[in-house]
Design a protein around this ligand. Structure first.
Ligand code: ADP
Ligand code: MG
Length: 473
């Protein structure tokens, strides 16, 4: 059997035996690397997947392989960092072996958890789960670590420390991990704190009763999650309380999950003893996703919201947001709002106009210039511009579009092409079609001619200004 076919059959047979999320986490991007002398070697993309599969699924994998190829006697899993480069003739996408109805999973409702007594109930936002977190190359490791913790809390990945810039999904991962853990272990107790709330609780505790009771309050939890730990910088008393609680939980093999905007060693104002504890378990970075993942995130969001937005608009948004996923979602949210309010469909131009409006100082977006974005919405097509130019120079549209090569016709024609290019961003080919099927080099030449002449011909400059003014530019 071909390696790919063999591996696909094995995965298909294994899928029903393994929990969906674990399957997706651990078997993504795996492939048979070699099959020789009765030994099958399977490449996996990271150390965690290797450990996990070795420990939990090795027997089942071998059994399935043997059903198909009885001559195989052993299977080994190796961490292959170059696996993503492996040719596609071997790699099997996990999605291709998952039955259709499993792919769209409904999220259960909000979860509320009580810890000990009256005071502490935490709410994990039901928006966030490990399943609706889109996994790409850039965040596979951090997501795998979270899944590992959710299925195996308090073991080797303790504490789990996630760091990365604003809006890159840290809170989402922390909450998703908490939720997943509670789903796996309904009897476990868990507390989620923003660092700010942690701080307030400590201050309160100090005010109301002996601060050392603070630790007593939370030491019975099975999992402690603290988001944005950098906010505890310089808060010595709170750090002290946190340190004691940390030790107590850690020594009792309770899971601790922390997020921060920077790695432990850069946490200035946080005690060294805490920094070094943060490094004892697993430290993983949340990265900004690549274009494909950004696109997947907004596609996913659209389907969650039940809206359909044109692919070129989604593509435009994915291309032009460079800082955080929150920003990406913000733009999309506005687009959706616009769509619902005006009962219209967002276009690349309307989105661009929105982004330029909100961030006047940003550099030109890929695909739509400021000028194009700002053009009055009454100008939508090349015909609108041809009409405008025709009125301005008092020259019939047919003549503009036609083939007369007299200077008094050619100049307005070139102006017309130039404006269509600048304002609508049409390709030279498309513009050529409006002008009796001229080819794109002719159009390019015309546009360039106008551009260079603008520097020395004040009449032309005036004309262009006047024309633009008419469309509100
Ligand atoms: P951080 O805590 O790092 O500042 P958040 O967790 O608040 O970032 O993420 C910002 C927004 O982006 C959230 O709405 C979150 O759901 C979304 N998000 C981030 N990464 C992903 C991802 N990989 N898949 C889906 N949504 C994501
Ligand atoms: Mg956050």
């Amino acid at each position: 059997m071909e390696p790919k076919e063999l591996w696909r059959s094995v995965l298909t047979a294994l899928y029903p035996e393994i929990r969906h999320d674990q399957f997706v986490t651990w078997f993504a991007d795996t492939a048979i690397i070699s099959n020789e002398n009765g030994l099958v070697i399977v490449g996996v993309p990271n150390q965690y997947a290797q450990n996990w599969i070795e420990k939990n699924h090795k027997g089942a994998v071998l059994e399935q392989i043997q059903k198909l190829e009885p001559s195989i006697v052993a299977v080994r899993f190796v961490f292959e960092s170059t696996l993503s480069n492996i040719d596609d003739t071997r790699r099997v996408s996990v999605n291709s072996v998952i039955p259709q109805q499993k792919k769209a999973r409904k999220l259960p409702n909000k979860q509320e958890v009580r810890v000990n007594d009256d005071t502490t109930s935490i709410m994990l936002n039901n928006k966030y789960s490990l399943h609706n977190f889109i996994v790409g190359k850039h965040n596979r490791l951090v997501h795998a670590a979270c899944s590992a913790v959710a299925t195996n809390p308090g073991s080797q990945w303790n504490p789990l420390f996630i760091y990365g810039g604003v809006g890159l999904g840290k809170t989402h991962l922390l909450q998703g991990t908490g939720r997943e853990m509670l789903k796996n272990f309904p009897n476990k107790t868990l507390v989620y704190f923003t660092a700010e709330r942690f701080l307030n609780e400590v201050v309160d505790a100090i005010k109301k009763y002996n601060a050392h009771d603070f630790k007593a309050r939370y030491r019975s939890v099975d999992c402690l999650i603290v988001d944005d730990i950098q906010l505890l910088a310089e808060k010595d008393r709170t750090q002290e309380e946190f340190f004691h609680l940390f030790n107590e939980l850690y020594n009792a093999n309770k899971q601790i999950i922390i997020s921060s905007d920077r790695p432990p060693k850069d946490l200035h104002g946080i005690e060294a003893r805490l920094q070094s504890r943060f490094e004892m378990g697993m430290v993983a970075e949340a990265h900004f996703p690549d274009y494909e993942t950004r696109l997947a995130i907004i596609q996913n969001k659209c389907s969650q919201e039940g809206v359909i937005i044109a692919p070129e608009v989604l593509d435009f948004i994915a291309q032009n947001v460079h800082n955080s996923i929150r920003e990406l979602e913000g733009v999309l949210k506005q687009a959706i709002a616009e769509m619902r309010l005006a009962n219209s469909t967002p276009t690349v131009k309307s989105i661009a106009a929105m982004i330029y409006r909100q961030a006047p100082g940003i550099p030109e977006l890929t695909g739509v210039t400021k000028l194009q974005a700002e053009a009055k919405s009454s100008v939508r097509s090349a015909d609108d511009i041809i009409k405008l130019v025709s009125d301005y120079y008092r020259m019939p549209s047919e003549q503009l579009k036609g083939s007369i090569r007299r200077r008094e016709v050619m100049m307005p024609r070139q102006v017309c092409m130039y404006l269509i290019y600048e304002i609508l961003g049409c390709s030279y080919d498309t513009i050529g079609e409006y002008f009796s099927g001229r080819n794109h080099t002719t159009v390019l030449h015309s546009c360039n001619k106008v551009k260079t002449r603008l520097n020395k011909d004040s009449k032309l400059l005036q004309d262009i200004h006047a024309l633009k003014k008419e469309i509100g530019l």
